[in-house]
Design a protein around this ligand. Structure first.
Ligand code: OXD
Ligand code: MN
Length: 594
């Protein structure tokens, strides 16, 4: 596909963007392997892609040190009324933001090619899928989109001459004058980066960054910030959730969707191999779930993506063997270290190599003071390569969800696993979820922040209205609603050591949840929810000190009472858009805490 399409709306928008950005050429992407290879050859020639001798068809990229993570401070939800973006989003009036950004886009693709990438979020043709088109001047983005979404000819066919699509305009913001030498990772300085969403028009404008969620616009921008708006309007859900299938020894299947903030182990949990005998786990998605009520009255989930954009550091054969096996070939690595024998390395992967080139391109040895890989170094991997990908992961009908899990990184207070008393209580758990911050966003690491439903950076409208949407979905689903649980794998001892082994042993908490759904295991009531009684959690074969288990299951009334003022402050943010049903949940928890 070289020039234009049969879709007039698409042709007109491409022309309008090209008139503004003034690229030297326009190239329509067909999603083929040949196209991917051509893009990679170009990136190799420019010195951006480093081929890896140890991994067939795999390449390492090093970004500019200023362009290493999502930029939440530069991310905008632009609605006519600021109220509609709500207190958790940056906001500028659409006309003002467009004026500023048009100024930046003006001639921004000079000396570069504009690529037109038609893509589908979700299997092409699924009733839950949606189509987008990204315009970008970054061949790195083209290659990543090939892996993360379904790109090309089949999407154009599904779009047809009159179909609608979400327009996603992206530029790295680095025009090239004649004779100017290109940077190794061209991008704009931080104060010129804008990741903008215009939900009233279903429009995305991103400028200045080439990295991850800032630039691969199908992911956070479309599948979460714009999709949450569509989902609210149309009565479905777009969530920052992994999706997995757990099968018990009798062959009964349970489908779980779990929300954790970025870099809290979603990818690890999604591919986890249970340490308990007879249980099997298969991965459907590791980051985003789109869910609709289908004919059976249940909530069905699809993974809108087709790849994993996972955090590399900490990934190893101990922590996530299935991810490691996924990464053997056809992978894009970003900001990992390069070993002398042509492989990638990152902190926590395996023993350190004696020498490497770090993510900034400098010599590195284990004696170096800085990390070899950036803490937010990533892999982009085709989901189909995962050895435990669920055979039904592309089922256009999705999978029926039995269990929702919320959680985060909490070194204290929050026990290993808790079940909500009711849907409303579960929504309260999601709405008050908190986590210690990580390097997935540019900013301080380790601060506690309330991150409702792990959606704070990804919700495209007022958070109070979103809580109400969750409550309304529960009302609609009635007895067919998934059960809700809260987990914390990250509680620490007074000495600062993790109390729970995590990873494959997390299956023990999941087994309890499945048995709760089946009604075959008990629970005790605590002021914060239902918890396993002694003996309810399957700990067979696990060598864990009794005191550790006690500490993991402890509900310290003093610590929980100390949470209350923080929850009140958090709720106060939402003003009169906070549903009364959540305020009631807080009052009830206060009463239970005494
Ligand atoms: C991601 C994130 O990349 O949440 O998935 O930051
Ligand atoms: Mn994520």
């Amino acid at each position: 596909m070289t020039n234009g399409s049969r879709n007039d709306k698409l042709n007109a928008w491409v022309k309008e963007a090209a008139d503004l950005c003034r690229p030297d050429a326009i190239q329509w992407c067909d999603g083929s392997r040949a196209e991917y290879d051509r893009m990679m050859a170009l990136l190799k020639e420019r010195g951006m892609a480093v081929p890896l001798a140890k991994r067939p068809n795999s390449f390492l990229f090093r970004t500019d040190p200023s362009d290493v993570a999502r930029v939440e401070d530069r991310t905008y939800i632009s609605t006519r009324s600021q109220e509609d973006a709500g207190p958790t989003n940056n906001w500028v009036l659409p006309d003002d933001l467009k004026r500023t950004m048009r100024g930046l886009y003006d001639g921004c693709m000079k000396g570069r090619t504009m690529y037109v990438i038609p893509f589908s979020m979700g299997p092409v043709g699924s009733p839950i899928s949606k189509i987008g088109v990204e315009l970008t001047d970054s061949p790195y983005v083209v290659c990543n989109m090939h892996i993360m979404t379904r790109v090309g000819t089949s999407v154009m066919e599904a779009l047809g001459p009159t179909g609608g699509f979400i327009p996603c305009l992206h530029s790295i913001g680095a025009p090239l004058e004649k004779g100017q030498k290109d940077a190794l990772w061209p991008c704009a300085p931080i104060e010129k980066k804008y990741i903008s969403h215009f939900p009233e028009e279903n429009l995305i404008w991103s400028y200045g960054s080439g990295y991850g969620g800032n630039a691969l616009l199908g992911k956070k921008c479309f599948a979460l910030r714009i999709a949450t708006n569509m989902a609210r309007r149309e009565g479905w859900m777009a969530e920052h959730m992994l999706i997995m299938r757990l099968t018990n020894p009798e062959g009964k299947r349970f489908h779980i969707a779990a929300a954790f903030p970025s870099a809290c182990g979603k990818t690890n949990l999604a591919m986890m191999q249970p340490s308990i005998k007879g249980w099997k786990c298969e991965c459907i998605g590791d980051d985003i779930a789109w869910m609709k009520v289908r004919g059976d009255g249940r909530l069905h989930a699809i993974n809108p993506e087709s790849g994993f954009f996972g955090v590399a550091p900490g990934t190893s054969y101990d922590t996530n063997p299935m991810a490691m096996d996924t990464l053997k070939e056809n992978i894009i690595f970003t900001n990992c270290a390069l070993t002398d024998d042509g492989d990638v390395w990152w902190e926590g992967m395996a023993d350190a190599p004696p020498h490497a080139i770090d993510w900034k391109g400098r010599d590195w040895t284990p004696a170096s003071r800085e990390d070899a890989a950036h803490p937010n170094a990533r892999f982009t991997a085709p989901a189909a390569q995962c050895p435990v990908i669920c055979p039904d992961w592309e089922d256009p009908e999705g999978v029926p969800i039995d269990i929702f899990i919320f959680g985060g990184r909490r070194s204290s207070a929050v026990p290993l696993v808790t079940e909500a008393f009711s849907w409303d209580h579960g929504v309260f758990m999601g709405a008050t979820a908190a986590s210690e911050t990580t390097s997935a966003n540019i900013g301080a690491v380790g601060n506690l922040r309330r991150d409702p439903f792990a959606m704070k950076p990804f919700l495209g409208y007022h958070m109070g209205d979103y809580f109400q949407h969750w409550l309304a979905m529960g009302d609609r689903l009635g007895t067919k609603a998934p059960r809700i649980f809260y987990v914390n794998w990250f509680r620490k001892s007074a000495e600062g050591k993790f109390l729970w082994p995590g990873f494959s042993d997390n299956s023990r908490a999941l087994k309890w949840m499945c048995e709760r759904v089946d009604g075959t295991v008990g629970a005790r009531e605590t002021p914060i929810g239902l918890m396993p009684r002694d003996g309810d959690l399957d700990l067979s074969g696990l060598d864990i000190a009794k005191d550790n288990m006690k500490a993991l299951m402890d509900v310290d009334l003093k610590e929980w009472k100390a949470e209350v003022p923080d929850i009140e402050k958090h709720f106060a943010l939402f003003g009169d858009r906070l549903p009364a049903r959540l305020r009631k949940q807080l009052e009830e928890m206060k009463k239970r805490l005494g």
